[in-house]
Design a protein around this ligand. Structure first.
Ligand code: RB5
Length: 149
């Protein structure tokens, strides 16, 4: 299951992604916002990421104006590894190498066509594990207040 969220600036991009997912029959939960009216990105980030952490969703896709603010907020939720992407390679490798569970994009940065491609590769790429697992564990250790050095 996928969970989608946005602020007002990312709302049009989220809606375009929903249309794309609907065409493919991919299920998702939309935590809002539900209109272009002003809505703070941290709220949507937390709502969506809580669903990933609870297991209700496997991956989150978040949109704001730049993708940056909402990714910063998402990364504050324990258990979330969010990546702000505007290119195909990063969206693919953040799944393969970082086991990212949250893709963030900016409506003011990329078009809907590219955003949908990034969503597709993000949700269809599995974490490679192996040598990358240790590094992801280190990221989570930092989150848990452990010293790596
Ligand atoms: C909203 O104007 C804008 O600041 C927000 O969508 C985002 O770009 C922040 O990082």
């Amino acid at each position: 299951m996928l969970v989608l969220g946005s602020d007002h600036a990312g709302f049009p991009l989220k809606e375009a992604i929903k249309e794309h997912l609907d065409e493919q029959g991919v299920e998702y939960i939309d935590v809002g916002c539900y209109s272009p009216e002003r809505y703070d990105y941290a709220i949507s980030a937390q709502k969506a990421c809580d669903k990933v952490v609870s297991g209700e969703a496997d991956l989150a896709v978040l949109c704001c104006g730049t993708g940056v603010g909402i990714s910063m907020a998402a990364n504050k939720v324990k258990g979330i590894r969010a990546c702000c992407c505007s290119d195909y390679f990063s969206a693919k490798y953040t799944r393969l190498h970082n086991d990212a569970n949250c893709l963030c994009m900016g409506d003011r940065v990329i078009g809907a066509g590219l955003a949908c491609e990034l969503v597709d590769v993000f949700i269809n790429t599995e974490f490679e594990g192996g040598r990358h697992a240790k590094r992801v564990d280190q990221i989570m250790a930092i989150e848990n207040g452990e010293k790596l050095y």
